[in-house]
Design a protein around this ligand. Structure first.
Ligand code: DGP
Length: 114
């Protein structure tokens, strides 16, 4: 996988508003927020898309989602609700090719997405 802006954030080569970190996962605020809370959760391991994950990444993917829920509980909006989204490839609207989960919260979100 080629280097992305998110790898540079992991290596602290470019600044980001980091809000959560554990051994495998880093989370930081999206540069272009689509909701009052818009945080990106990324694995430190470079996987370009969800398609690139294998069974060997099973625990990592679990860790990624649990980190989202942990953060939502910690920040106090878990009960009210939120959305966790993974965009994959062109039709999914993915623009940065380092796997990430968008956490959106703080307003009522419509469905279906555009
Ligand atoms: P996606 O379209 O799913 O690949 O989402 C990529 C998101 O990454 C998009 O919402 C904007 C955000 N983003 C792009 N570049 C940067 C950056 O340099 N810093 C931060 N914090 N977010 C970025």
């Amino acid at each position: 996988m080629s280097d992305t802006i998110f790898s540079k954030i992991i290596r602290r080569e470019i600044p980001a508003d980091i809000v959560y970190e554990n051994d495998e996962v880093l989370a930081f605020r999206d540069l272009n927020p689509q909701a009052p809370v818009h945080v990106l959760f990324i694995p430190k391991k470079p996987l370009a898309t969800l398609n690139d994950a294998t069974l060997a990444d099973e625990a990592l993917l679990g860790n990624l989602l649990l980190a989202v829920a942990d953060y939502a509980k910690q920040e106090g909006f878990a009960e009210r609700g939120y959305r966790a989204v993974i965009n994959c490839n062109e039709d999914g609207g993915q623009t940065v090719f380092h796997l990430h989960v968008h956490l959106l919260a703080g307003r009522r979100l419509s469905w279906p997405p555009g």
